[in-house]
Design a protein around this ligand. Structure first.
Ligand code: SDX
Length: 431
């Protein structure tokens, strides 16, 4: 049973303070340090917040040592096997699985908001064709606060929910519009007769000239990938959404901030980076050379899709995606040498002391790009796919924060390493 308080003593003065220990429903007991500066005159330092809880949350639980991921208590393996992305979105937002009528009502609510304001197309049209789709998406999501004034009041629960549903519903439409703009195709309107993933594929690939049938294998694979990417505790982009939300920023601005943070190659941009890395490695013969580069501290190259701040065991999502890779490629009759290369790379890395000692395993991004590629999704759209799915986690965590009375503006401190106070020197007197 963990202690309910920790006694901290300053050895120089002999002063001490009892710090309360907070225990959640799972995970490590957590020391509440807010009294420390006032009692003993010390701050704490935790670069990258590796050992710091920033909030209380009941949305998602991760056990990095055991490779466990729960959405509102439900294991990701069971949701991947039995649920749908829309149902998982309902679960993450509301905390419970819906009954049939609630699920259908939620589906209808999403369908009702899939279109974007026609003026947004002018905005999208203003980008050059070769703009990165994430660059377009970031701008378009932030611009939603310029269009949807009926959902900006974060003190109004109805406004908050409307904004959350709008973003879940519109992200696929925005994503498809960015893609169509980049290839010079006319925008396609959402077809509300289709399911969530099918609707996206239809908006991306249908052409006015002829009917387009969505491949159910592709739609099911995409729906599964969306489930696996929906939420992940307090990762960098979700923490960005929460920090923006703690200032009272409107929901569209908060989700746009999440998109910006997600784009980094150390985070959601890794799936695109993995494909580029596999193409750069090219063949199994080249793997040893790249493994050496990944271990060389003077070389910025890292094995993209490997390692995780929390998982020091297999990322359960990677295990599911690896299995799905084989299934999808087989069903679609595709033989992708990049999958063979990825499998070989994983095999070699997991036998290498450097990776074993550092507990670097494949993460969610290592295999996902191979499935996206099989669905003809261009590499520069991979992070956009991640953003569509993670919007559910972002809005769920943002709603939870808005409804948490103890929420205060996030404002970390620092260890100051600059100059002590000094007097200004007029220009004429400077050396
Ligand atoms: C996601 O947080 C989340 O939950 C994120 C995510 C989500 O769903 O939201 O799971 C999604 O972002 C997955 C991660 C995708 N990123 C990548 O695949 C990029 C490659 N991975 C690394 O950049 C890295 O592993 C991180 C960013 C994922 C984790 O970084 P940490 O926790 O800060 O680890 P670290 O950089 O301190 O690494 C520890 C050691 C270091 O070596 P030493 O200094 O101990 O000698 O491991 C090495 C690192 O150099 N290392 C790697 C490596 N990852 C870590 N070496 C080579 N290749 C790698 N990929």
């Amino acid at each position: 049973m963990p202690a309910d308080k920790l006694l901290i003593t300053d050895p120089d003065t002999g002063s001490n303070v009892e710090l309360p220990v907070i225990s959640g429903s799972a995970g490590l007991p957590t020391v509440d340090i807010k009294k420390l500066p006032g009692a003993l005159g010390y701050f704490t330092y935790d670069s990258g917040f590796a050992a710091t809880a920033a909030c209380r949350s009941s949305v998602t639980y991760i056990d990095g040592d055991e490779g466990i991921l729960l959405y509102r208590g439900y294991p990701i393996e069971q949701l991947a096997e039995q649920s749908s992305f829309t149902e998982v979105a309902y679960l993450l937002m509301n905390g419970e699985l819906p009954d049939a009528s609630a699920l259908e009502a939620f589906r209808q609510e999403i369908r009702y908001h899939t279109m974007i304001h026609e003026s947004m197309k002018t905005f999208i049209g203003g980008f050059n064709y070769d703009a990165h789709p994430m660059a377009m998406m970031m701008g378009i999501v932030a611009s939603m606060s310029a269009f949807y004034h009926d959902s900006l009041d974060i003190e109004n629960p109805a406004h908050r929910r409307l904004a959350a549903v709008r973003m879940i519903a519109k992200m696929p439409t925005v994503a498809a519009a960015c893609y169509r703009h980049s290839i010079g195709w006319p925008y396609a309107y959402p077809s509300n007769a289709l399911g969530y993933a099918s609707r996206l594929l239809h908006m991306m690939y249908s052409v006015p000239a002829e009917p387009y049938e969505v491949d159910p294998v592709a739609a099911n694979a995409l729906d599964l990938l969306f489930i696996l990417h929906a939420d992940h505790e307090q990762n960098a982009s979700t923490s960005t959404v929460r920090l923006a939300g703690s200032t009272g920023a409107n929901p569209y601005a908060c989700i746009a901030a999440g998109c910006c943070a997600l784009w980094g190659p150390a985070h959601g941009g890794a799936n695109e980076a993995v494909l580029r890395m596999l193409n750069e490695i090219g063949s199994v013969e080249n793997v040893p050379k790249f493994m050496e580069r990944a271990k060389d501290k003077n070389d910025p190259f890292r094995l993209m899709g490997f390692g995780h701040r929390v998982y020091k065991n297999f990322d359960p999502r990677a295990t599911i995606i690896r299995k799905t890779c084989h299934e999808v490629l087989e069903k679609m009759g595709i033989s992708d040498p990049l999958l063979d290369l990825a499998m070989k790379l994983e095999e070699i890395a997991l036998q290498d002391d450097y990776f074993v000692e550092r507990k670097l395993y494949p993460n969610v991004d290592f295999y996902s790009g191979i499935i996206y590629k099989a669905l003809n999704i261009p590499t520069n759209m991979f992070t956009v796919m991640f953003a569509i799915a993670r919007t559910v986690g972002w809005v769920s965590q943002w709603l939870e924060q808005c409804e948490t009375p103890e929420t205060r503006i996030g404002r970390p401190r620092q260890v100051y390493t600059g100059d002590a106070a000094r007097d200004y020197v007029p220009l004429t007197e400077r050396a």
